[in-house]
Design a protein around this ligand. Structure first.
Ligand SMILES: [Zn+2]
Length: 71
């Protein structure tokens, strides 16, 4: 189980959203879906490198969390 919290993305947004999925791809898809719906302005301000950074952070964060609540 992978969990990503909007607050942990380092985008400076206040976001209580949690994307939950079984794979990094799944949570990445969900978090981007959420960003597009609720944080469109923030997403629009990101350039290609920022998106790459963000995806890297997501995979790192998702890779670390096991859903056991230890983190
Ligand atoms: Zn949000």
């Amino acid at each position: 189980m992978k969990i990503i919290k909007g607050n942990n993305l380092g985008l400076g947004i206040k976001c209580d959203y949690m994307a939950v999925g079984n794979s990094v791809e799944e949570v990445e898809e969900k978090i981007f879906d959420h960003l597009e719906k609720e944080h469109k302005e923030t997403l629009d301000n990101l350039d290609e490198d920022d998106i790459k950074d963000l995806k890297y952070r997501i995979s790192t964060l998702a890779g670390r969390s096991c859903g056991c609540g230890a983190l």
